[in-house]
Design a protein around this ligand. Structure first.
Ligand code: ASP
Ligand code: MG
Length: 425
């Protein structure tokens, strides 16, 4: 008998009908002879609605209380799901993250899992129950307070439980059929990927792909837990994310040269204008940013103008951190020495990802050609061994993603990319 951990996202359990549909699917897995642990997210947009509500009573809600509030979302769906399963004649028990043994650090709203002690879950499934676990939450080892893992954290709960329970597989059920070569909401001809390596998936996740969270993939890679991403709405096979290619029948799935195109419109660009071109300037700028606890992404420094000896340095960062970064730099203006700051939140990033680019020359040239044919201007460029990213105008992003997707032969013949649910909120 195997043990499967299944995770159902908010759009899969958005209403009573959805909960009943998910209950049936879980019972199916149990009837196939498995022990089943199901991790659930809050129903539909519940988490967003709770955040809105909190902000109506306090502009900056206290982290501890916000966590207490948000974890209620997952408690609702876990209890309802357990009831629905019992109604189908099977035994189920629901558990909060804390009861399931998800131990975290004490950073509210974005806690990290430091240990999982799933004793109660093990006992529950050994007694023949289906165990339902509230995703996205844990309990702090030090403060004993309830914590949450950051938005979308239920995926990480599922992978962490799968690792702790030594599960055979972790299935992540969502509102699309798997991982696609681009966001199916933008590229109608995006193709479902049969298998993708942890490395390529990490790059896609880090560069805007929302189907799996970066932290969750990181966790899966560390403990070598294969993830099967699939839809709870269709019965189709999804995408396997693992260290080695999976076999499908007698067909071995090969490593693709290019795995996909990711895009991200959540970043902004800051340009520090008129920086003296001398040692220590970049260090001073980025020390200021780091001290404000802001993570940056790309950096570009221009050559200095011969006449003035001054240069410009641009970098990108999450839009949400924009205000904080500008304030921190302004405060240190005399210490750093620069003329002015420019802030631009109308940018977007497009990234091409694939381990095959290490060994295939010309990928970069083809990428830039596709962008130029689409009339898209490039503002910043950055690369890793298996990724090329560019920053463009935000309004050009969708067009650029489609152009690059076509140029690299990723378009599918059929419109197979179906988005089954979710408000995309
Ligand atoms: N309910 C939480 C959120 O919406 C966690 C999750 O969905 O994974 O972010
Ligand atoms: Mg959600």
């Amino acid at each position: 008998m195997g043990l499967v951990v299944q995770k159902y996202g908010g759009s899969s359990v958005a209403d009573a009908e959805g909960i009943k549909r998910v209950a049936k699917r879980i019972v199916e897995a149990k009837k196939n002879g498995n022990q089943v642990v199901a991790v659930v997210s809050a129903m539909g947009d519940t988490t967003d609605e709770l955040i809105d509500l909190a902000e109506q009573v306090s502009p900056i809600p206290a982290g501890r209380e916000l966590d207490m509030l948000l974890t209620a979302g997952e408690r609702i769906s876990m209890a309802l799901l357990a009831m629905a399963i019992k109604n189908l004649g099977h035994e189920a028990q629901s558990f909060t993250g804390s009861q399931a043994g998800v131990i975290t650090d004490s950073v509210h709203n974005k806690a990290r899992i430091i240990d999982v002690t799933p004793g109660r879950i093990r006992t529950s499934v050994d007694e023949g129950n289906i165990a339902i676990v509230a995703g996205f939450q844990g309990v702090s080892q030090d403060s004993k307070d309830i914590t949450t893992l950051g938005r979308g954290g239920s995926d990480t709960t599922a992978v962490a439980l799968a690792a702790a329970l030594d599960a055979d597989v972790c299935e992540i059920y969502t509102d699309v059929d798997g991982v696609f070569t681009a966001d199916p909401r933008v590229v109608k001809k995006a193709k479902k990927i049969d298998w993708i390596s942890f490395e390529d998936m990490l790059e896609l996740a880090a560069n805007g792909s929302k189907v799996l969270l970066h932290r969750c993939v990181e966790y899966a890679r560390r403990y070598d837990i294969p993830i099967h991403v699939r839809s709870s709405f269709s019965g189709l096979k999804g995408t396997w994310v693992s260290s080695e290619p999976i076999e499908q029948g007698d067909k071995q799935v090969e490593q693709a040269i290019i795995s996909g195109v990711a895009h991200d419109t959540s970043e902004a660009k800051i340009t520090v204008v008129g920086v003296p071109d001398k040692p220590g300037e970049a260090a001073a700028i980025f020390r200021t940013i780091a001290d404000a606890e802001i993570n940056i992404d790309m950096i570009v420094q221009n050559v200095s103008a011969a006449a003035t000896g001054l240069t410009d340095i641009s970098f990108t960062l999450p839009k949400a951190e924009g205000r904080k970064a500008i304030d921190a730099l302004e405060k240190n203006r005399s210490g750093i020495g620069f003329d002015s700051l420019r802030y631009d939140d109308q940018i977007g990033k497009i990234s091409l990802v694939g381990a095959g680019m290490k060994t295939n020359p010309g990928v970069t040239a083809d990428f830039f050609k596709a962008l130029s044919d689409a009339g898209v201007n490039i503002e910043l460029i950055s690369t890793s061994e298996i990724r090329i990213s560019v920053v463009t105008r935000k309004d050009d992003v969708n067009e650029a993603v489609r152009a690059v997707h076509t140029a690299f032969g990723l378009d599918s013949d059929s419109d197979e990319a179906v988005v089954y649910g979710g408000t995309g909120r």
